[in-house]
Design a protein around this ligand. Structure first.
Ligand code: HH2
Length: 258
């Protein structure tokens, strides 16, 4: 899954693709590099982010979606807002990626009334406050329990398990040690019955490990992506598609024997 943030303030690519034209061009570049899904986002959820209005998010996302929907690969929309989910589905989105796990009133119903895929992500707190003091007794058990309950709730509303991805939400209300523990045990998230998705690309945990600024985290991101796949992730949310593709090609070639 190649990420395109149509925002002025995303931590990883803020401002680079904030017009419809640059966002669509970026999406097409990521498709050429081998992305199987494009994830369009119009709201930064970086630590400390304040959120955007529905009108502003709609203005950022829908024009690019309209140009990309029905093209070479399915388009996912990264939003927490049920109203935008509904409009995105009408405009041809194939997936809803919700860092709030469809907890907003009406969100489950919007997805259930469609036939698209959905990603349910865990976070502790909100982007505005989530990194102030993340706290867990047992991070893997708590995130797993949350995602299992959300997968069950969405399935109960009529969404088949093979339409659902579950994502532990690296960096969303987690310390470096919490993130590492989740990555070590990522295979456990298959217990949710959903496809496991992971977003580690360019995140600050990689900056903490390597000492590198956000624009210099490609190698660390690729290493993290390979670990995630080996631990069972089936969808990788990444900014650097070509580099990740090459690494996955090596992994697949090694695994092909037998
Ligand atoms: N991470 C970000 C945003 N959306 N969705 C899922 N499912 N998993 C993630 O890990 C995830 C996500 C944050 O990264 P990015 O979009 O690059 O930055 P920003 O939120 O600042 O736009």
């Amino acid at each position: 899954m190649g990420v395109v943030n149509i925002t002025p303030d995303s931590f990883s690519d803020g401002g680079e693709f904030s017009s419809t034209q640059t966002a669509v061009a970026r999406a097409r570049q990521l498709i050429d590099e081998g992305a199987d899904i494009i994830d369009l986002g119009g709201e930064s959820t970086r630590p400390g982010a304040g959120g955007v209005t529905l009108d502003e998010e709609r203005r950022r996302v829908l024009p690019a979606l309209e140009q990309l929907a029905g093209g070479a690969v399915p388009v996912s929309v990264d939003t927490q807002k049920p109203e935008l989910m509904r409009e995105a589905l009408a405009a041809g989105a194939s997936m809803i990626n919700d860092i709030n796990a469809l907890l907003a009133p009406g969100a489950v119903e919007v997805v259930a009334a469609s036939d698209v895929a959905v990603c349910l992500m865990h976070k502790q707190g909100t982007p505005a406050d989530m990194q102030s003091d993340p706290h867990y007794q047992d991070v893997v058990a708590e995130v797993l329990a949350f995602l299992t309950a959300r997968v069950q709730a969405v399935r109960a509303a009529g969404v088949a398990a093979d339409r659902i991805a579950a994502d532990p939400g690296f960096g969303f209300g987690k310390t470096l040690e919490h993130n590492l523990e989740l990555l070590r045990r990522l295979d456990r998230f298959n217990e949710t019955g959903a496809v496991v998705m992971a977003g580690l690309s360019r995140k600050s945990m990689l900056g903490r490990i390597t000492g590198r600024a956000v624009g210099e985290r490609v190698h660390a991101s690729v290493a993290a992506a390979l670990v995630a796949v080996q631990k069972g992730a089936r969808i990788l949310r990444v900014h650097d598609v070509a580099a990740t593709r090459d690494a996955l090609a090596v992994l697949e070639a090694v695994g092909r024997e037998g």
